[in-house]
Ligand binder design. Structure first.
Ligand code: PLP
Length: 378
């Protein structure tokens, strides 16, 4: 018998393994700190967690021994109220991540091209590779806006099937103006707008949202080639339960239903998401706290002359370390139990991304940054 690797798809066999995140308890042990002392600001999670109603609904659910609803009937009905889109244009997944995977499995044949615009979320590249596609990257401009002519050129040259646009973008935090998206929707490809963080941009901007200046979910159905991704991981604090959704045309949805695992969204996730949609006032108040803290952090970080701070409409802030070693900074914070994200790639060098935590956690970050600066100069 030859190596079993010979039985594996060669493109997967040659794929580089990704580095999994270290679970909180393992990390706490490694750092020799109690888990409660860890200030986890490296994955844009919600520091306030789920709504109490979601936790109560999880505890009260009597049917965990029964398979969950494969059509997510109740959740989709509630999402229809939440988004203003008809139920037939909503598909739920185990996180927005699963919708990315389903879309690419639906669209890609070996070698087909996917476009994304780095620096951006890594799952588009990951799923493209797993699905046998070819990723072509069109870097963002220095201010992280999209380079529209370059995208149009790449689309024409590669006959790309899909374009991913993240708005607000992770890790840069900026929104893409809907007018840019409107222009890109003229391209002969599927435009997937990932709005995982849109609730933080839309907070207290109902007028702008109504005008369509923030997100593009209202356009789903009007454009045959538009998909919008959303999630409960960020604004609703359910990252650990894995529940997200896509807004897409009935035509595309019909094909997704054919390839989706029937029980892709587990019962706990459905129960918690439904209860969250019934507790919007509570969750909106937490979004408000996060947005207020983001604004405070933007000002406080901008006081540090060795940091370049980028504006953000999401629940995190990207900073470039202008003087000093960004990796060293990340590691120094980690030793104190503060976790942030470090970037050092061709499209993003010497950068850190700090998720917005509670006021106490954010204060700990500011103090640790001030200490690092003093230690470094001594
Ligand atoms: C832009 C973006 N899209 C999607 C996701 C993943 O969402 P989910 O937890 O629903 O899979 C993330 C998570 O960090 C993200 O940053």
């Amino acid at each position: 018998m030859p190596s079993v690797t010979d039985l594996i798809r060669p493109d997967i066999a040659n794929l580089e393994a990704y580095t999994p995140i270290v679970p909180l308890d393992v990390l706490a042990e490694r750092l020799n700190l109690p888990v409660e002392r860890i200030v986890k600001l490296d994955a844009n999670e919600n520091p306030y967690g789920p709504s109490p109603q979601a936790l109560a609904a999880l505890a009260a659910e009597p049917y965990y021994a029964i398979y969950p609803d494969p059509e997510h009937t109740r959740l989709r009905a509630m999402l229809s109220d939440y988004t203003g889109q008809p139920v037939a244009r909503i598909v739920c997944g185990a996180g927005a991540d699963e919708i990315i995977d389903l879309l690419l499995r639906l669209l890609l044949q070996p070698g087909d091209v996917v476009l994304d615009c780095p620096p951006t979320f890594g799952m588009y590249a990951f799923d493209t590779a797993v699905c046998g596609g070819r990723l072509v990257q069109v870097p963002r401009r220095a201010d992280f806006s999209l380079d529209l002519p370059a995208i149009e050129q790449a689309a024409a040259e590669t006959q790309a099937r899909v374009l991913f646009i993240t708005s607000p973008n992770n890790p840069s935090g900026n929104l893409t103006p809907p007018t840019d998206i409107e222009r890109l929707l003229k391209l002969p490809l599927l435009v997937v707008v990932d709005e995982a963080y849109i609730e933080f941009a839309a907070y207290q901007a109902p007028e702008a949202e109504r005008r369509g200046d923030i997100g593009v979910s209202a356009w789903v159905g009007r454009y045959a080639n538009l998909v919008v991704l959303r999630t409960f991981s960020k604004w609703a604090g359910l990252a650990g339960l894995r529940v997200g959704y896509g807004l897409l045309t009935e035509e595309l949805a019909a094909h997704i239903w054919k390839i989706k695992q029937p029980y892709n969204v587990n019962l706990a996730a459905q129960v918690a998401a439904q209860a969250s949609l019934q507790d919007l006032e509570y969750l909106q108040a937490n979004i408000g706290r996060i947005v207020a803290e983001r604004e405070r952090m933007l000002v406080a970080l901008a006081q540090l002359p060795w940091l370049q701070v980028y504006p953000s409409r999401a629940n995190f802030i990207l900073c470039r370390v202008l003087d000093g070693d960004a990796l060293h900074l990340k590691q120094a914070l980690e030793r104190q139990g503060i976790l942030i994200r470090y970037y050092h790639k061709a499209t993003l060098r010497d950068c850190i991304r700090i998720s917005i935590g509670t006021a106490t956690q954010n204060q700990a970050v500011l103090e640790a940054l001030a200490r690092w600066q003093v230690d470094r100069l001594e």
